[in-house]
Structure formats: structure tokens, C-alpha cells
Write a protein that binds this ligand. Structure first.
Ligand code: PLP
Length: 403
């Protein structure tokens, strides 16, 4: 299938402002059907989930539809889809629950590549339990994190390994299936932070082989909430803190309090929007796989255009180098602060923020301290004109004459 970026862009009211958005890794723009679904849910008769009144049934249907939508997106099953406030909050909850079974002598493995949301919850839980934390580095020269890097830190005492599906700072996509083999051979659990990955590539949890996975709809055109996905049978073995009167069913057992029905409806609409890129016919999972593959190809082509343009600019270092990665580039400048580039671009209606974006360990590991660099993230609505405007802005910023 061909990727019709003009048709995709037409669905985003916010793009009419004329701004070129390279800030998608922080949170994507939202297409109209997602906003409409949120609105429709808020203004329709709705109550807490139940089966007696139509309003209760509406809430129930919204939840079940959203579980099915996320399951279709990542290749999971609806009964293993847990909604929460954010990926960070869900990871903290999971870490608290799992670490109840950890103690001195146990080991937990985290990486230097990860967003802090997939580091600190595990480190803090391990410390509280008296377990040891082991760190997996990555090659700062190539940005690669390999299965061998993970294997070097995994052993019989390992209880859990937490690794990202893709770095939100430099885009690296570690080889998850190979890592899963290493982790499972040691009898440990693999938790994957799929927040950045899910926005850019087809995801198949069976292929990835992880035990638990989180992602965030607001990174893939949806509203601000988070999702945890796992095998329902595995979830059934876990006992999170919960209120006495709330159901002990899976996955509800993990969803403390009342769910944000309107955001769940928006999540379903975001998944439907992505699937719709591949057309209206056929099972949603099949359309999603085709659409995400086409999106990946579109974003990769634009990334190459961007990288070729950047190669002509003096004094620009591109830190995103892994062979397998998302279209997210981290840039620094020889004599200038990345924050100056951020502000100069913003004046031209080009949004590409500077920082380390909570990937604090990764930024420090690269030798960039806490400052990071300028992050340029491509998204489903990015087109060649956006890329050319960004390059023109950076040409001016770096002092290169425009022809
Ligand atoms: C890779 C990655 N993991 C985790 C998070 C945190 O997600 P949330 O805001 O849903 O907690 C982010 C947010 O930027 C991210 O990029």
C-alpha cells in the first residue's frame, strides 16, 4: 500500500496552524475522530460500568472496545489489557506488585538506554526489597544495545529485566526477541517499555516474547492515558493492592478507581484511525499491521531525507546511529547550545524541543550530561515540506547560506 500523508494530515485540525511538529516523541497531535470520540462519550448518557441501565452498558462497551482495540494494535488479548493514568504509573504499580516477592539475593536488571519510567520504578522497588540492581550499558558510539549486553548481566538470581522497545532519545530498537530468549533461559521476567516503539512500528507481543508491556495512547495519536498488556493468565498470578469492594477479576484487579471512559473511547478511535490508513476492509489487526508497516516506510524515507540534509551542515552531531531504530534523531551543535536551536526553530514555526526527555541515563551515558540535545521526531503526519523547513531553519542556525 502507498502512504497518503496528505490524507493523514487533513484529519489533524492542529496542523492548520502551520506549525511543523517534530515534538511527537513527547506526545503526538490528535486527529479529529479521536477528539470526536472523547466528546461523544462525555456528552452521551453514561454511568459506571454495569448491565442494568443503558448508561451503564455504554460504559461497559467503551471499556471492552478499548481493550480489544489495544489488543489488536499490539497483538495481545483483550483480557490482558490494563488501562491506567500513564505508562509511568502502571510501571510503578507493576514494580510494587512484583517486588513483593523479591528479597536479598535477587537481582533486577535495568538499562542505560531507557526512559526513567522504565528505570526508577524498578530500582526503587529493588532497593526497598533488598534486591540488587544490575545495569546494562549500550555502545555510545553506535547506540546499539545487544542481547549479549543483556546476557552479561543476567544470571540465576535475575528476577526481572526491564528494557525499552525503542529509545525515546536516540531511537535505538534493541533486539527484543533475542533478549527475551536470554531472559527466559534464566527463568526471569521481561518487561518492555513500548511507549516509543508502538508509535512507529507494527508490534506483535507474541513475536517479542515479553511478559509485560506498556504503551501510551497519547504517543500514537490518542488521548493521555497508559496501557499495560500481558497474558491474562500471568496477570491472574499477581495480587496488586486493591480496595476491598472492587472486583478481583483480571484485568480489572489492576485498574484502581474508575476508568476514564472518554479517554478509552479516544484510544479506540486512535487505533481505528491508524488501521484506517490501510483502508476500511478486513480485520483490524491485519489493517494495523499493513498501516504500521507503511508508516514505518514513510517515516524511514523522511528520516533519510533529513539525515542527508543534516550531513551537509557543519558542526552538527547526530547521536541516533543504531542500525534498527525509530525516526527520532538527537542532535548537538559544535559551538551552540541545543536550547538555542530549539528557540530559533520555534520562531519559525518548527517545533523540535531540546533536553534529555527523562532518558537521563542515556543522555549521561552518551556524555551529554543532563542537557541531552535537540530531539527531532517524525510522526505519521510529518511530510517532506516539514523536513525541508526544519533543514532550512537549521541551515540558518548553523550559519550556512541558503541557495
Ligand atoms: C520511552 C518512554 N517510556 C515511558 C514514557 C512515559 O510515558 P507516560 O507519560 O505514559 O508515563 C515516555 C514518555 O515520554 C517514553 O517516551
Amino acid at each position: 500500500m502507498t502512504y497518503d500523508v496528505a490524507a493523514v494530515r487533513a484529519a489533524f485540525p492542529s496542523l492548520r496552524s502551520g506549525t511543523a511538529h517534530f515534538d511527537g516523541p513527547g506526545g503526538s497531535q490528535v486527529p479529529l475522530p479521536v477528539a470526536d470520540a472523547v466528546h461523544a462519550t462525555l456528552v452521551s448518557p453514561i454511568a459506571n460500568r454495569g448491565s442494568v441501565t443503558a448508561a451503564e452498558r455504554t460504559a461497559d462497551a467503551v471499556v471492552l472496545a478499548a481493550r480489544q482495540a489495544v489488543a489488536d494494535l499490539v497483538g495481545g488479548v483483550p483480557g490482558g489489557v490494563v488501562f491506567g493514568r500513564s505508562a509511568t504509573a502502571l510501571t510503578y504499580d507493576l514494580a510494587r506488585t512484583l517486588s513483593a516477592g523479591w528479597g536479598p539475593g535477587d537481582e533486577v536488571v535495568v538499562t542505560r538506554l531507557d526512559h526513567d519510567a522504565n528505570v526508577r520504578p524498578w530500582v526503587q522497588a529493588a532497593e526497598r526489597a533488598g534486591a540488587t540492581v544490575r545495569w546494562v550499558g549500550f555502545d555510545p558510539a553506535t547506540g546499539e544495545l545487544t542481547a549479549a549486553d543483556v546476557a552479561a548481566q543476567v544470571g540465576p538470581a535475575t528476577r526481572l529485566v526491564a528494557v525499552t522497545g525503542a529509545s525515546n532519545l536516540i531511537g535505538t530498537r534493541p533486539p527484543l526477541a533475542a533478549i527475551a530468549e536470554v531472559v527466559h533461559a534464566a527463568g526471569a521476567l521481561l518487561h518492555v517499555d513500548g511507549v516509543h516503539l508502538t508509535a512507529h512500528a507494527p508490534v506483535d507481543l507474541t513475536e517479542l516474547g515479553c511478559d509485560t508491556f506498556v504503551c501510551s495512547p497519547y504517543k500514537f495519536l490518542g488521548p493521555h492515558c497508559g496501557v499495560l498488556v500481558a497474558d491474562p493468565a500471568f496477570l491472574g498470578t499477581l495480587h496488586p493492592d486493591k480496595l476491598l469492594p472492587s472486583t478481583d477479576a483480571v484485568p480489572e484487579r489492576f485498574e484502581v478507581g474508575t476508568l476514564p471512559y472518554e479517554l478509552l473511547a479516544g484510544t479506540t478511535a486512535a487505533v481505528d484511525f491508524l488501521a484506517g490508513i490501510a483502508g476500511p476492509e478486513g480485520p483490524r489487526r491485519t489493517r494495523l499491521l499493513a498501516a504500521m508497516a507503511a508508516l514505518e516506510e514513510h517515516e524511514d524515507a523522511l528520516r533519510v531525507r533529513l539525515e542527508e540534509g543534516l550531513a551537509e551542515l557543519p558542526g552538527v552531531t547526530v547521536w541516533s546511529r543504531a542500525a534498527h531504530r525509530t525516526p527520532t534523531l538527537l542532535l548537538t551543535f559544535a559551538d551552540r547550545d541545543a536550547g538555542d536551536a530549539y528557540r530559533a526553530l520555534a520562531e519559525r514555526g518548527v517545533n523540535a524541543p531540546a533536553g534529555s526527555f527523562y532518558a537521563l541515563e542515556a543522555s549521561r551515558w552518551l556524555g551529554l550530561g543532563d542537557a541531552g540535545g535537540l530531539r527531532v521526531g517524525l510522526a505519521p503526519y510529518t511530510d517532506a515540506d516539514d523536513v525541508d523547513r526544519l533543514l532550512a531553519g537549521l541551515r540558518d542556525f548553523t550559519g550556512v547560506e541558503r541557495h
